[in-house]
Design a protein around this ligand. Structure first.
Ligand SMILES: [Fe+2]
Ligand SMILES: [Fe+2]
Length: 308
C-alpha cells in the first residue's frame, strides 16, 4: 500500500487536520531481544505496532517515540530499535523523533540513535514540521528513575519559545506533568513541575506528548493539554485497584495526533488482530463526497421510521 498524505477528507464543519503525528512510547528493547522481565517479547510487540502504523496508509508528519526506548540503555538494544524503525520511517518518509526516558542511558542513546558524542548531555531537539514546532525535552536524570528538568534545559526551552511558530508548538517529553492514581508513578514523577509551568506560560505551546505510565491518559498542565501514550512493550492493567496495578502483555496502542487550527486530537489506536468490518471503504467515501451535505444527512443520518 502506498501511503498517502495524512490530511483526510472532511464532511463536517472542521477543515482537515493540518498535521498528523504518530506518537508511540516505551519500546523498552533489550540486547539480544532478551525477554523483558522474563515475560515480554518487546521486539515482536514493537514489530506488531509498526505493522499497525503502516496499516494506517498515511504519510505522517513525524513519528515521535516518547522515551524508554530501551530498558537498560544497551548499545545493541538501540541498534535493534533502529533496525526495526528506520525502514518504516523511510517507507513513510517521516522524520523520527527520539525522546529519552528514565530507562535510557544518554551516552548510548546519543551515539546509537543520533550519531552524537556519547556524553551525559540531555537529548533535546527542535523540529519544524511544516510550521508546527516540536520540541523534545529530556526529563531523564542520570542514575535515577524519577524525572527532572534542570535550570539549563529550562533556560534553553524559554529561549526557543521566545519566538512563536506558525502552527504553534508541541512538547515531547517522557515523564508526564500529570498526577497518576498508581502510587509507583507518584514516586517516579517529574519533580518541580511548577518550573516547567513557568517556562511555558504565555508561549505558543499547544500540547504535551508524554509516556512513562504504560497506560494511555490525558489531562491539562498549566492550561495545556497533556496526552500520554501507552507502551508498545507491555501495558499497565488498570482493571485493578491502583496499588495493585501491574504489567500485562495486552492493550498495546499508539496515538494518532491530528493538529487542527483550533484544536489537537489524540486518538488511541489499538494494536490488535481483531476482525474488522469492511463497510466504510474508499468507494463509500467517494460516493459520499459526490453528495451534497443535505444528501449525506439523508443517506447516512436519517433513522428508519419507528414502529411504536
Ligand atoms: Fe517505560
Ligand atoms: Fe519511564
Amino acid at each position: 500500500m502506498v501511503p498517502t498524505p495524512a490530511a483526510s477528507v472532511s464532511f463536517g464543519q472542521h477543515p482537515p487536520a493540518r498535521r498528523t503525528i504518530v506518537h508511540l512510547s516505551d519500546t523498552h528493547l533489550l540486547a539480544g531481544n532478551a525477554p523483558l522481565g522474563g515475560r515480554y517479547d518487546t521486539e515482536a510487540n514493537l514489530a506488531e505496532t509498526l505493522r499497525a502504523v503502516e496499516a494506517l496508509g498515511i504519510r505522517p508528519d513525524a513519528l515521535v517515540f516518547t522515551g524508554d526506548l530501551t530498558d537498560l540503555g544497551e548499545p545493541d538494544a538501540y541498534r535493534r530499535l533502529r533496525a526495526a524503525v528506520d525502514p518504516v520511517a523511510e517507507r513513510l518518509d517521516a522524520p523520527l523523533i527520539w525522546v529519552a526516558g528514565n530507562h535510557d542511558e544518554r551516552p548510548a542513546l546519543r551515539e546509537a540513535m543520533l550519531g552524537l558524542a556519547p556524553t551525559e548531555e540531555p537529548v533535546t531537539g527542535v523540529w519544524d514540521l511544516g510550521g508546527l514546532r516540536l520540541i523534545a525535552l529530556d526529563t531523564s536524570v542520570p542514575g535515577w528513575h524519577h524525572g527532572d528538568l534542570d535550570a539549563a534545559q529550562l533556560r534553553w526551552l524559554r529561549d526557543v519559545l521566545s519566538t512563536a511558530a506558525p502552527l504553534g508548538t508541541l512538547l515531547a517529553l517522557h515523564h508526564p506533568p500529570l498526577p497518576s492514581h498508581v502510587p509507583l508513578f507518584d514516586i517516579l514523577e517529574l519533580r518541580d513541575q511548577g518550573r516547567l509551568a513557568e517556562a511555558i506560560e504565555g508561549t505558543d505551546v499547544r500540547g504535551i506528548l508524554a509516556g512513562h505510565l504504560h497506560y494511555s491518559t490525558s489531562g491539562t498542565f498549566a492550561g495545556v493539554p497533556v496526552s500520554v501514550a501507552a507502551a508498545t512493550c507491555y501495558t499497565m492493567n488498570l482493571a485493578r485497584p491502583g496499588d495493585a496495578v501491574n504489567g500485562m502483555d495486552a492493550g498495546q496502542s499508539f496515538h494518532l495526533v491530528h493538529v487542527y487550527d483550533d484544536t489537537i486530537t489524540h486518538s488511541v489506536v489499538p494494536v490488535t488482530q481483531a476482525p474488522t468490518g469492511d463497510y466504510f471503504s474508499a468507494e463509500w467515501v467517494e460516493r459520499m463526497a459526490r453528495l451534497s451535505p443535505e444528501q449525506r444527512l439523508e443517506e447516512f443520518s436519517r433513522k428508519p421510521p419507528r414502529n411504536d
